[in-house]
Design a protein around this ligand. Structure first.
Ligand code: GAL
Length: 464
């Protein structure tokens, strides 16, 4: 038996987001974001045609949900403010109903000793701004900084952990390369511009936060997906993996933590003729406004080989530089198709310790999506998700090892708390510690993993 004990004051929690959990209600004053718009245009793209208005009703379940957070051992919880709820037109007037809702949520969390971690952008561009180009348009940065400042002013007396973005590479990939986010364009050049504007927006929001003199920390949440070369001794594979790491990880990690873009990424993007437009003074802003705290989302590794086959697009793409390697015998989550490689979390934390000044960080997402969990319901109506307990504990062992070796990891947040709406996949894969019965008025029931997590949190670790 090994006792995996975690440091004092370790954050045990989970993560969610406004657009994936709140839902929409008559007179709630929320404006449309790109998900509301896309669902109106193409509802058939969404799994079982379930759209963003039907998410898990967090808006009307504050007390019940916070009680469930407590019952599942949370001492911290991350969600996001929806830009289009707070400022329905993207810029300008603030929606008083939204202020009331977020105040109630934050106060209820604090009354239960659960620290709110609040993120500002989780894939949810207000439609008015998207129509002007969204993140492709430099003016969106000003609107975002005004929105961020409003959040700091309204809630910054109680919220002490802020994040500028969740997974900013995902709107780049989804919206401008691979078609799974609005506006589902395919343009390497636009993709790079979008990523650059998100990054500059992050640095400017950090500057705005610090200018207000609030006491708290501000950071960014990145999905750091370690890139492993097919063959470590094959320079072409290694080079391809380095590109993937540069484009998908270091494009935000380096400017956010070190204040500078990586030289190899700049060279690669220049060779593809897709460098973004920028102003020289931007680079100074990025340099001077690095993060206090890094959130790391980890789900799966990326396996890479040098390109051997032509890719399926006729236009320039990041894939010109690499190809995905389908590694034989990898461990797969059969319900989601993603590889499970627990050591990836340790490799990422080690990289942060060795190459990024061991900046304070925490695991901001990690989790396992499973389809049709009703298969695992017992007579008492509880889902026996032993696979999730195994998934979380196997990852926690590697987090523990990283801490033992000196990594500055402050907490672990699982994705997610209550099963929530996952974009085009809607409710296909369930991730929560708590199940949601959509047919039964959103009834919530703690899963076996939720009861397990409470014990882990109470003991500040586990034995195995
Ligand atoms: C992450 C994302 C979340 C959630 C999760 C599970 O990439 O941050 O919003 O959807 O994946 O699919």
């Amino acid at each position: 038996m090994t006792n995996y004990q975690f440091p004092k004051d370790f954050y045990w929690g989970s993560a969610s987001s406004g657009p994936q959990s709140e839902g929409r209600y008559e007179n709630d004053g929320k404006g449309d974001n790109i998900w509301d718009l896309w669902y109106k245009e193409q509802p058939e793209l969404y799994f079982n045609t379930i759209g963003p208005e039907k998410t898990s009703q967090a808006y009307t379940h504050i007390k019940e949900d916070v009680a469930l957070l407590k019952a599942t051992g949370h001492n911290s919880f991350r969600t996001s403010i929806q830009w289009s709820r707070l400022i329905p037109e993207g810029r300008g007037a603030i929606n008083p109903a939204a202020v009331k809702f977020y105040n109630e949520l934050i106060d209820e969390l604090l009354a239960n000793d659960i620290e709110p971690f609040i993120n500002l952008y989780h894939f949810d561009m207000p439609v008015v701004l998207q129509k002007e180009g969204g993140w492709e348009n430099r003016k969106t940065i000003d609107a975002y900084v005004a929105y961020a400042t409003a959040c700091f002013e309204l809630f910054g007396d109680r919220v002490k952990k802020w994040f500028t973005h969740n997974e900013p590479i995902v709107p780049v990939e989804g919206g401008y390369l691979y078609g799974f986010h609005y506006p589902h364009e395919v343009s390497f050049k636009a993709a790079v511009q979008v990523g650059y504007h998100e990054m500059l927006a992050s640095a400017k929001a950090i500057a705005a936060y610090r200018a207000l003199g609030k006491i708290g920390e501000i950071g960014i949440i990145l999905n750091l997906t370690p890139s492993y070369a097919r063959d470590e001794n094959n320079p072409s594979d290694v080079k391809a993996a380095q590109f993937a790491d540069g484009f998908f990880n270091r494009s935000f990690l380096d400017p956010s933590v070190l204040g500078e873009y990586p030289a190899d990424l700049i060279d690669d993007l220049r060779s593809a003729d897709v460098l973004p437009s920028y102003l020289v003074e931007d680079l100074e802003i990025i340099k001077n406004n690095t993060v206090d705290l890094l959130g790391i989302n980890y789900y799966q590794p990326r396996r890479i080989q040098a390109r051997e086959n032509p890719h399926e697009w006729s236009v320039p793409m990041p894939e010109d530089f690499f190809e995905t390697y389908d590694m034989p015998n990898k461990k797969i989550n059969p319900y989601r198709g993603w590889e499970i490689y627990e050591k990836g979390i340790y490799d990422t934390l080690t990289n942060i310790r060795e190459n990024y000044g061991n900046i304070p960080c925490y695991i901001s997402e990690n989790g396992m999506g499973v389809e049709d969990e009703s298969r695992f319901i017992d007579k008492q109506g509880q889902i026996n998700d032993d696979y999730r307990i195994e998934f979380v504990s196997e990852h926690l062992k590697y987090v523990h090892q990283a801490i033992t070796e000196g990594s500055n990891v402050r907490g672990y947040h699982m994705w997610t708390f209550i099963d929530n709406w996952s974009w085009l996949n809607a409710y296909k894969n369930r991730y929560g510690f708590v199940s949601l019965d959509l047919e039964n008025d959103g009834k919530r029931t703690i899963k076996k993993s939720g009861h397990w997590y409470k014990k882990v949190s109470e003991n500040n670790g586990f034995e195995e």
